[in-house]
Write a protein that binds this ligand. Structure first.
Ligand code: B1M
Length: 207
């Protein structure tokens, strides 16, 4: 097994200590930091994403793998120059106004980070104006809205209204949200789970 494969396997099994050690070993062997990210850390998270989608692993395992991935990122991040950082794009995420649920949104953020996106997480209970301000500040290509309450789904509609005119695509998700609702409120994409959110983000970036 190559050191990259060892890193990916340790991410998949959620072994943060092993990820850290293998990332350090790869650097000592002369591997490029970016290759460690792409061929080790992201490769591992991609496998976790597929397993999560297929119900082969569940939320706790994904969180543990994401933590292991971050342990590897901590090793290589100081060595990545701005030019090295894979420019897959910037995504702003947040749970909409009135809604405090963030477990699903955090999973989406971790999977997007694991797939190589720069993710800015605004947190929970985010008003449309706050999303707009953050769009002006961070200039993301995609904004991701999460809602878990049927009563806060209307905040998705008002956030999309507020973001009209900004050059961003909006993806929505959360347990009560459906493709039909996404179409109704003019969202650019709907994702049913965190792995699909990565697929949809890739499609939005390419469109
Ligand atoms: Co709340 N809660 N809760 N709650 N809570 C639900 C959602 C509920 C269904 C429970 C129930 O009654 N059966 C119900 C909503 C009913 C409805 O609207 N029809 C409910 C309620 C009513 C409430 C309160 C109003 C309760 C009260 O105070 N009376 C209150 C509201 C507070 C508020 O938000 N203003 C409340 C509070 C809470 C806690 C604070 C206690 C806690 C949240 C803790 C936290 O998030 N930090 C909580 C929890 C944990 C739940 C349940 C049990 C679990 C939600 C969860 O984390 N699921 C939930 C019942 C249930 O689902 N069994 C419930 C796991 C998570 C991984 O899934 O978030 O769906 P999910 O995310 C998925 C996908 O949906 C998708 O990807 C994720 C990963 O696959 N996804 C996206 C999510 N966001 C996405 C964004 C994307 C793409 C995909 O693109 C941007």
């Amino acid at each position: 097994m190559s050191t990259f494969e060892e890193i990916a396997a340790a991410v998949i099994s959620g072994n943060a200590k092993k990820v850290k050690e293998s990332a350090e070993q790869a650097l000592a062997e002369g591997a490029a930091p970016q290759a460690i990210v792409n061929e080790g850390l992201i490769a591992g998270m991609n496998v976790v994403g597929v397993k999560f989608k297929n119900n082969e692993v569940y939320v706790p395992e994904v969180l543990i793998s994401a933590r292991a991935m971050h342990a590897g990122m901590d090793v290589v991040k100081p060595l990545l120059s701005d030019a090295d950082v894979q420019d897959k794009g910037t995504i702003l995420v947040g749970t909409v106004k009135g809604d405090l649920h963030d477990i699903g949104k955090n999973l989406v953020r971790m999977m997007l980070e694991g797939a190589g996106y720069k993710v800015i997480d605004l947190g929970v209970d985010i008003a449309p104006d706050k999303f707009a301000q953050a769009v002006e500040e961070h200039k993301p290509q995609v904004v991701g809205l999460s809602a878990l309450l049927t009563t806060t789904m209307s905040s998705m509609r008002s956030t999309i209204e507020r973001l009209k005119g900004y050059p961003v695509k909006v993806m929505i998700g959360g347990a009560p949200v459906t493709q039909k609702f996404a179409d109704e409120i003019g969202a650019d994409a709907y994702a049913s789970d965190a792995a699909s959110a990565v697929e949809k983000a890739d499609q939005l970036m390419a469109s």
